[in-house]
Design a protein around this ligand. Structure first.
Ligand code: NAD
Length: 701
């Protein structure tokens, strides 16, 4: 046979084993011998049943996604499943690890599924902007019903073997020795005798489906899709399974799949899938990591508390340091309250809460940080305060401890230079709320030791964060680009757009929230203080802050908020204020359309990203996309700003920026050389994770 697929015979049961490390993806070199093996075994009298199993750490965890968008080499998965369904003797999938996507669809082609207790089963295609294209949407409902299938396929979240058994997806769960259990099960089925009905012909779970209830469930899910096509296509495909004969529903699923796979949204989501993996690759794979067994956090405010929770959630003990007992008590109380909310929502058990709280130690004495392996500073954003803190750390931290700052903007090189051990210093820029947000900008300073960087990126992954290594500049990658995006916001208002119009252009683009709504949520005072510290001004925002309008927390900001509500209401006072200011500055107001709003906010965002690449602050264009999707809510269906630039057409972006630059004279709108180069060459440069970056058929991409 082939090295990827082998056959053995165990007491008359044929065992077909797939061996394609690391995750047994259904690559062509697996599909071909698998098809041949099944074709041969179907008519082999020496095999009374067939078990499909996998070597290594998991059952088939999906299709080979590097094959997407390329001409399909036969046999396709669908042909293998169709063949399986003609086998008259019992076929059994033996599932361990994760049966995902094409893997689960292969298992659905078998008469029976036997799973190890720890196995997980799911159809996560929606996360790549796709639907299960190998019959999953048509077969799964035949086993577990339409409602549960819809939830599983639209969320893409796998279920446990136990749940799968209860739902009817799995026929038996075994505690250990899966293969022996599956062979025994297959043998028993063969001995009991057929006929064995393939899943395609099992309609009992579909009969009597309440279509109106299904449609209501699908409509609920559609609301959450926010412009993404895949969840809607998934729902349509499952609906077809209810309303159409099997073969027609299967053909319709194929058509929906082909449409999605050739669309921009799926290529954007696949780009992000690779981009995240690429971002995780930092130089120094073989370097010895430093030991991180306990973490110290300085400052128990908004960020310090969230960061401490992020580590405790990852199982690490945390020592939290504050300036006074009172501040410490406040910080710890907030943490406790946050966990209590999780318990009341049912996302955390009381026992897990107690366990996590048990990982915290509070202190007001720096000496208590002496044994910490990693110490993260999250005190006020003030260089003098930060240097004072790092000065103390220099004297008390153990040799080799990693010392990090959570600064949003300050120069990490300057902080490191004030220390006797700059090689141990780096930035760890978490995002608020730090226990929830996945992004971590790992800021590499000039002298940061490579193993410090590697240790921190590994650690970030271990606590469930998406780490991106960035260089030192004001605001690093994310906040620096955010400033470029925001630079035109006030100009747009002064020229005649309202906050609500700008926000609507953003939500129509796919953001969950526009910049003004976001500002109100985060608090306008943060930016105001930062501007004052840097001698900068934002005429309207400063005026709002001077009048005490800090956003949601004060009940008014760019919008008004009725007592306690989070729903923004347009505030005529703010609009009057803007008009008066425009008049005072001699700016004529006019109608401003959504297209102009996007050009003047998101084109500068891309342009700043180009400068960041040019300066080597980010290693790859795709790293910037990972930052923006995970930290700032850039719509996943657009793949992040740098990928979107390709979709939009870099040539067009350059042209429009030139126009706006000419019209306003503002430097932020002048196209960067790297952007011009992208427009000319179709590539951001060698640093780009290029595998999935080029969009076929687009001259600028
Ligand atoms: P915060 O005001 O909520 O908390 C700061 C805490 O630090 C306070 O509790 C204060 O008592 C404590 N503190 C001050 N000086 C101290 C000292 N010398 N020793 C010990 N504790 C001290 O501020 P925050 O929003 O948590 O911001 C903290 C840092 O994180 C800043 O550098 C900020 O730029 C950065 N940051 C903030 C956000 C955000 O969204 N808030 C996001 C990313 C990064």
């Amino acid at each position: 046979m082939s090295s990827s697929v082998s056959i053995a015979n165990e007491n008359g049961v044929a065992v077909v084993t797939i061996d394609n490390p690391p995750v047994n993806a259904l690559s062509f070199h697996v599909r071909k011998p698998l098809y041949e093996a099944l074709a041969a075994l179907r008519d082999d009298p020496a095999a009374k049943a067939i078990v499909i199993a996998c070597a290594g750490r998991t059952f088939v965890a999906g299709a080979d996604i590097t094959e997407f968008g390329k001409p399909v080499q036969q046999p396709e998965l669908r042909a293998i499943i169709a063949l399986l369904e003609t086998v008259p003797k019992p076929t059994v999938a033996a599932i361990h690890g994760t049966a995902l996507g094409g893997g689960l669809e292969l298992a659905l082609g078998c008469h029976f599924r036997v799973a190890e207790k720890s196995a997980k089963l799911g159809l996560p295609e929606v996360k790549l902007g796709l639907l299960p294209g190998g019959g999953g949407t048509v077969r799964l409902p035949r086993l577990i019903g339409a409602a549960k299938s819809l939830a599983m396929i639209v969320s893409g979240t796998p279920i446990s073997a136990g749940e799968a058994k209860a739902a009817g997806l799995v026929d038996a769960v075994v505690d250990s020795d899966l293969l022996a259990g599956a062979v025994r099960f297959a043998g028993e089925m063969a001995d009991r005798g057929g006929p064995f009905v393939p899943v395609r012909d099992r309609n009992d779970r579909l009969a009597g489906t309440d279509l109106a209830a299904f449609d209501a469930q699908a409509a609920e899910l559609a609301k959450k899709a926010r412009g993404l096509e895949a969840p809607l296509a998934c729902a349509q495909a499952v609906r077809n399974a209810i309303t159409l004969p099997f073969d027609e529903a299967l053909a319709a699923e194929r058509q929906l799949f082909l449409k999605l796979v050739s669309g921009d949204q799926s290529s954007a989501q696949r780009h992000l899938f690779f981009a995240e993996r690429e971002a995780a690759k930092v130089p120094g794979k073989d370097l010895q990591r430093r030991r991180i067994e306990c973490v110290g956090i300085i400052g128990a405010g908004t960020m310090g508390g969230g960061i401490a929770m992020a580590f405790a959630n990852g199982g690490l003990p945390v020592t939290l340091l504050e300036t006074s007992e009172e501040a410490l008590r406040r910080g710890l109380a907030t943490i406790e309250k946050n966990y209590a909310v999780s318990v009341s929502r049912g996302s955390l058990t009381e026992e897990a809460k107690q366990k996590r709280l048990g990982l915290f130690t509070g202190s007001t004495d720096y000496a208590d940080l002496a044994d910490c392996d990693l110490i993260i500073e999250a005190v006020f954003e003030d260089m003098a305060v930060k240097k004072e803190v790092f000065g103390k750390l220099d004297t008390i931290a153990r040799p080799g401890a990693i010392l990090a700052t959570n600064t949003s903007y300050l120069d990490v090189n300057e902080i490191a230079a004030s220390m006797s051990r700059p090689q141990d210093v780096l930035g760890m820029h978490f995002f608020s709320p730090a226990n929830v947000m996945k992004l971590l900008e790992v800021v590499r300073a000039e002298k940061t030791a490579p193993e410090v960087l590697a240790t921190v990126t590994d650690l970030a992954r271990a606590i469930g964060k998406v780490a991106v290594v960035v260089g030192v500049c004001h605001g690093f990658v994310g906040n620096r680009m955010l400033a470029a995006r925001g630079a035109e916001n006030e100009a747009l208002l002064l020229e005649g757009a309202s906050p609500a119009q700008v926000d609507k252009a953003f939500t129509d683009f796919g953001w969950s929230m526009g910049p003004f709504q976001m500002g109100d949520l985060a608090g306008l005072d943060i930016g105001w203080r930062n501007r004052k510290a840097r001698g900068q001004a934002a005429v309207i925002a400063d005026m709002l802050c001077e009048q005490g309008h800090f956003g949601q927390k004060t009940g008014s900001g760019w919008y008004r908020y009725e007592s306690g509500a989070r729903e923004p209401v347009a505030d005529p006072q703010v609009e009057t204020l803007i008009r008066a200011k425009a008049e005072e500055l001699g700016i004529a107001q006019r109608q401003i359309g959504a297209e102009e709003i996007i050009e003047r906010t998101l084109y500068p965002l891309v342009n700043e990203g180009a400068k960041i690449l040019q300066e080597g602050i980010a290693a790859r264009a795709s790293d910037i996309d990972v930052v923006w999707v995970n930290g700032y809510g850039f719509p996943v269906g657009k793949g992040g700003p740098m990928f979107w630039a390709g979709l939009e057409g870099a040539g067009r972006i350059v042209e429009r920026l030139e126009y706006w630059h000419g019209r306003t004279g503002r430097a932020i709108l002048e196209p960067a050389p790297a952007l011009r180069r992208f427009a000319e060459t179709g590539a951001w440069g060698l640093r780009v994770a290029s595998r999935n970056f080029v969009i076929p058929g687009r001259s600028e991409a």
